[in-house]
Design a protein. Structure first.
Length: 477
């Protein structure tokens, strides 16, 4: 499992001009501090709404940390597949991303892209709850809500920005609270209009989610259980709310609809799905092991029965301490339970590789790839280990493996880094430069991307596929 902090550009800092006297500077800064504190609620709301319409390719600029894990991504695809069929969508029509954030949140952004926070996946006890959230987000996509929300936001931004500008100007000129109220009043009008629009979307997405779940044979009471977690939070202060309530406002009408459908569902028998139950529990255990404090994980599980899920979280926690021998011992127990589990072989390989023993990690990664062939993230891991060994034959194999991984998953940043190294070691400087440019472009480092793409254009044959890819990056300028 890999977590990547993408981008994260420098924050602009506004400084007063040198001609300003020290006393004036202090007064100006105090006014700005008051303005910032009072406007924090409105500003945060605008940030939340902006994030909903954020294109996926700009995620790096916001510093979003994404989790990439072959096993968890497979689990989410398994859980989503029947919902997509019920919604008349194909698996390839939706992209799903895991955000490394310990909050209860999910959102759609930049088109058919569903973002799920790790905190949401970890804390929803039943798979039906997570499927309800996914179904709800699919309802937003199918209903075209994202496009309409973007239009509404664009139409509202003019008056809002004008109001904030007038408020700032008045405050700096000495109007104080009166000037501040002018700006915030405009923001409040915007907030009410946008939230009224959002509540109608939420009710529509709920209807769609319930319909999808019923058609897929999934108990829609999962939606009631999710929403019940947030019931009553609307009376809390903005900073105390779970993010999901900010982007998915509740209403009495919504709750009545969901309660009615959930009550009706109780009179029916719903098919059990042990496979989904199992893989959902595994995903939660893996996230707990990787993202929680490892000592706390070991302490909390010390006296618990040694189930497979407890052992899974324990093996990861032991690796993170690090306690190599204990982690390998726990992995032996897991692999005795499931000797042909590709992801247990992958984790064993990861533990050995990250402990500095690439030679011992190689058989584990080979076994993982044999058990789950054509899995891009597993192929990327194998390529990384082969490069660490450094031999000429291993480098050639790594290049072939990483090129295949790129064809299936061109957005894997770790793979792109390894692929550039493989090209460079095999003497293909042009492709090494191009792939580096693509990695910089994916992380929104435009200047670096353009610099390397310009070099690649000079090195690659004009009109070749690589040359055209470099031209695409240059068009970003």
């Amino acid at each position: 499992m890999r977590c990547r902090q993408h981008g994260g550009g420098k924050t602009a800092q506004h400084r007063p001009k040198g001609a300003m006297r020290q006393a004036d500077r202090g007064t100006g800064m105090r006014r700005l501090a008051k303005l910032t504190a009072a406007a924090r609620w409105a500003g945060t709301l605008m940030l939340v709404l902006a994030m909903v319409v954020l294109p996926v390719q700009q995620a790096s600029a916001r510093g979003i940390s994404l989790v990439r894990d072959a096993e968890i991504e497979r689990t989410l695809a398994m859980m989503t597949s029947p919902l997509l069929t019920a919604a008349g969508m194909s698996q390839s029509s939706i992209n799903m991303f895991i955000v490394n954030a310990d909050s209860l949140n999910a959102f759609v952004a930049g088109g058919p892209n569903v973002f799920l926070h790790t905190g949401l996946i970890s804390r929803l006890d039943r798979p039906e709850e997570l499927q309800a959230v996914i179904a709800h987000e699919l309802g937003h996509i199918a209903g075209g809500h994202l496009a309409r929300r973007q239009i509404a936001l664009q139409q509202a931004q003019g008056p809002a920005l004008l109001g904030m500008a007038l408020g700032i100007a008045a405050a700096v000129a000495g109007a104080g609270p009166a000037g501040l109220g002018l700006g915030l009043g405009t923001q409040e009008a915007l907030r009410r209009g946008i939230l009224r629009y959002s509540r109608s979307e939420e009710a529509s997405a709920d209807q769609a989610a319930i319909s999808y779940m019923k058609r897929a044979g999934i108990n829609p009471s999962g939606l009631r259980d999710v929403v019940a977690r947030f019931r009553g939070q609307e009376v809390l202060t903005f900073g105390s709310l779970d993010p999901y309530t900010q982007t998915h406002p509740l209403s009495t009408q919504r709750m009545q609809l969901i309660d009615r459908e959930a009550t009706a569902a109780e009179s029916r028998s719903w098919p059990e799905n042990p496979e989904v139950d199992y893989w959902h529990a595994r995903a939660r255990a893996k996230l707990r092991g990787f993202l929680s404090n490892p000592r706390r994980v070991l302490s909390e599980d010390e006296d618990k029965p040694e189930t497979e899920f407890i052992l899974y979280a324990r093996a990861v926690a032991q690796h993170r301490l690090p306690d190599l021998q204990s982690a390998l011992g726990t992995m032996d127990e897991l692999m005795a339970m499931r000797p042909n589990d590709a992801y247990y072989h992958e984790l064993r390989g990861q533990i050995l590789y990250e402990s500095g023993n690439a030679e011992a990690a190689l058989p584990a990664y080979r076994r993982a790839n044999a058990l789950a062939p054509n899995t891009p993230l597993l192929m990327s891991g194998l390529g990384r280990v082969l490069l660490a060994l450094g031999g000429e034959a291993e480098t050639r194999e790594a290049l072939k493996t990483l090129e295949a991984a790129r064809r299936s998953d061109p957005g894997d940043l770790s793979m792109l880094r390894s692929l550039a190294i493989a090209y460079d070691r095999t003497g293909n400087r042009a492709m090494a430069t191009l792939v580096t440019a693509e990695r910089f472009a994916a992380t929104n480092r435009r200047e670096d991307a353009v610099l390397h793409a310009s070099r690649a254009v000079q090195l690659l044959p004009e009109g070749s596929p690589g040359w055209l890819r470099a031209q695409d990056i240059l068009a970003m300028k």
